[in-house]
Each structure stands twice: as structure tokens, then as C-alpha cells.
Write a protein that binds this ligand. Structure first.
Ligand SMILES: [Zn+2]
Length: 169
């Protein structure tokens, strides 16, 4: 049984420093595919649905927490993840703010329509997008980051403020 990990102040750097990734490329991201037990998947999906965020964001947030204590890990990663899932279950608020920071569309400045030349996945909702379908490219400040969203995840126009109707020009 592990204690709440998300409430801890940042992990002490002194004994974790050894194995840490080089700090030079903090935003370089990779896609990992992994198998998880059905029960864990269930829990992750339920959790993500409650928070209305992509499952991948939940996994990412959890992995980040798990890795913080991985240097002291004794059990299997799977056990550890289960423990963390149990913990975050009770740490909803904390995780929510964490996930907000991980919103994949958070740093998007604009969306540009495009026609997909190869199948891909919506960055926001993970739905599959086929070749030839319309997608929208999210422009971020990080050129190495690729954000493509489906029509459903495209931001809707905010309602115009009603007080001063514009004249057509
Ligand atoms: Zn989408």
C-alpha cells in the first residue's frame, strides 16, 4: 500500500538524480503502446470519462507520478500502476489540475484545415481519421509537436457579445 504520491512536494532530487533523463529535450515526445490488464483499462477509461479528458492524458499523468517513485520501486510496474490508480482515485482534484496542464490542445494557437494523406488519430479524442478525411492541424509554438484534431474536437466559435451588434462592412 502506498501513500498519496500526488500531494508530495516535488521528489527530492538528491537520490533521484542518477537515473534521470537528460534535461535537454523536455518536450520531445514519443508514442508508447502497451498492454494493460482489462481491469486497469476499465478503471482508466472510467476515470478519463469522468474528467472528460483523453485516456492517454490520464495514463501520462499517472506515469509521471509513477516514475517519480520508480527509483524506489520494488514491485512490478503493473502493481505500481494499480496502486497509483487507487491513489489518484482519491486525489481527483489534484489530478484534475495536473491534467489541465496536459491538455493536448492547451498550447494550440490556431487550427488549419487540411486533408489527411495518411491515417492518423485525433490528438484530443483519439478517434481514427482516415486518409482523405478532413483534419485540422493545431499550430503550436513547438514545431516538433504534431497536433491534428477531428471536426468534433475543433473549438466552436464563442458566442458573440450581444451588446454591440457589428455592422456588416
Ligand atoms: Zn477528436
Amino acid at each position: 500500500m502506498y501513500h498519496a504520491v500526488t500531494r508530495k512536494p516535488p521528489a527530492p532530487p538528491d537520490d533521484a538524480a542518477e537515473d534521470e533523463a537528460p534535461p535537454d529535450s523536455p518536450r520531445k515526445e514519443r508514442v508508447l503502446h502497451t498492454r494493460v490488464p482489462a481491469v486497469l483499462e476499465e478503471e482508466l477509461k472510467r476515470f478519463a470519462k469522468n474528467l472528460r479528458v483523453p485516456v492517454s492524458n490520464v495514463v501520462r499523468a499517472i506515469l509521471e507520478d509513477a516514475l517519480k517513485m520508480a527509483d524506489r520501486a520494488t514491485g512490478s510496474v503493473e502493481d505500481r500502476l494499480k496502486d497509483v490508480v487507487a491513489v489518484v482515485h482519491n486525489e481527483r482534484e489534484n489530478l484534475q489540475s495536473k491534467l489541465k496542464k496536459l491538455d493536448p490542445l492547451d498550447d494550440v494557437l490556431a487550427f488549419q484545415p487540411l486533408v489527411l494523406a495518411m491515417p492518423t488519430e485525433c490528438t484530443a479524442c483519439q478517434s481514427s481519421l482516415r486518409r482523405g478525411e478532413s483534419g485540422w492541424l493545431g499550430m503550436t509554438t513547438d514545431p516538433a509537436r504534431r497536433v491534428i484534431v477531428c471536426g468534433a474536437c475543433l473549438p466552436k466559435p464563442e458566442p458573440e457579445p450581444n451588446n454591440q451588434p457589428k455592422e456588416p462592412s
